[in-house]
Design a protein around this ligand. Structure first.
Ligand code: XIL
Length: 352
């Protein structure tokens, strides 16, 4: 399958970039690409940010630049300025880029939220996917096609999150999105991406069941879907359900799909103030999360939602009451690796 060769080919490049010279000649190590979400404005402004990405990543993803409201702000205008900037940076530095995201309830411009009727919904969704995937055909080996399809609190009869597509096309919107993406670039790993899959509790259990149900339904209909993306926005105060997560990954694999980690970070607003204590808890949550996944399968990539605590979305929603900075990511505000980075490196560089 060419898609797999593509990903493995990228590993050879990745290994040269990531491994120190001493290990580069050793017996081949099967590395898993590590990557981070990137902001276009910071990329231009901050030399240390660029350097950190080049030093640590084999992969980047746009934190916002390829979302609908950025890339397709009005019906007749596609804006690829930021997306092109990011992919050029990636390619100039031997990295790959993931695409995020084609179909999502959020980050939608007003005009797209006003879409009415099955015909219009079908044609606008198809035009969007064909244009965006087509623009980067052959350059983006993996796309988040549908993001966050599962209802916040799913029930047996009501398990899909409402959005303009569900409203106008019913649950067929999922199949349509994947089919259009496949038709636009048949070499791309097509991903269904979801959050709140990994913790202990009834709501997480229901969310895992709902996601498996969606994937099974797509597979039964021969819809081209290749992987489940686990966002991995972990909560420092919540325990990972390691057994249930491994079981979930096994079930995904049994259906013939891969898994990958797409947006890893650890929200730390409820953790103790002491830095070292906080970093240790953050790293141990990541260890539990990745350990449970690896117990069932090797993910095709591990991506964190940002690389440094200096640039993270976490304080937009989870500021600390003591006024201290959040520390959700692998590098600190001065781009120094924290315990979380050591855990990630251990998992990405395992031989296998
Ligand atoms: C977030 C970005 O990080 C923020 O900067 C933006 O304002 C809102 O979106 N799940 C996703 C991501 O799939 O796209 C979201 O990114 C975080 C949650």
């Amino acid at each position: 399958m060419r898609r797999r060769e593509f990903i493995q080919g990228s590993l050879a490049v990745a290994a040269q970039v990531a491994l120190p010279a001493a290990t580069a000649n050793a017996a081949p190590t099967l590395t898993i690409p590590y990557g981070a979400a990137v902001r276009g404005d910071v990329l231009v402004d901050d030399y240390n940010y660029r350097k950190a990405l080049i030093d640590h990543c084999q992969l980047i993803v746009a934190e916002g630049s390829m979302k609908w409201e950025s890339i397709h702000p009005t019906p007749d205008r596609f804006d690829f300025y930021d997306g092109d900037k990011l992919i050029n940076f990636a390619e100039q530095n031997g990295m790959k880029m993931r695409g995020h995201t084609l179909v999502w309830y959020a980050a939608m411009p007003e005009w797209a939220l006003a879409i009415k009727g099955a015909n219009q919904a079908n044609s606008e969704m198809s035009r969007h996917i064909e244009t965006v995937v087509g623009r980067y055909r052959g350059r983006i080996p993996s796309w988040d096609v549908v993001n966050e399809a599962v209802a916040d609190e799913p029930t047996a009869s009501d398990y899909l999150r409402p959005n303009v597509w569900l409203e106008n096309l019913g649950k067929d919107y999922l199949a349509t999105a994947f089919r259009r993406a496949h038709a636009s670039d048949d070499q791309v790993q097509l991903v269904i991406n979801e959050y709140d899959i990994e913790c202990v509790g009834e709501q997480y259990k229901r969310r895992r069941e709902a996601l498996l149900r969606i994937v099974r339904d797509l597979r039964d209909r021969d819809v081209p879907v290749h992987a489940v993306g686990l966002q991995g926005h972990l909560r420092g105060e919540l325990e990972i359900d390691k057994h249930a997560l491994s079981e979930f990954v096994s079930q995904v694999k049994a259906m013939g799909l891969d898994v990958l980690v797409t947006e890893l970070d650890v929200t730390d607003n409820l953790l103790p103030p002491d830095q070292q204590e906080r970093d240790t808890i953050v790293a141990s949550r990541v260890e539990d999360f990745l350990g449970a996944i690896f117990d069932a399968a090797r993910p095709t990539a591990i991506v964190t939602w940002g690389i440094s605590d200096r640039h993270t979305w976490v304080p937009m929603y989870f500021t600390r009451e003591d006024g201290r900075h959040n520390r959700p990511l692998p590098l600190d505000r001065n781009y120094r690796p924290k315990a979380m980075m050591e855990v990630i490196e251990r998992f990405t560089r395992t031989t296998g």
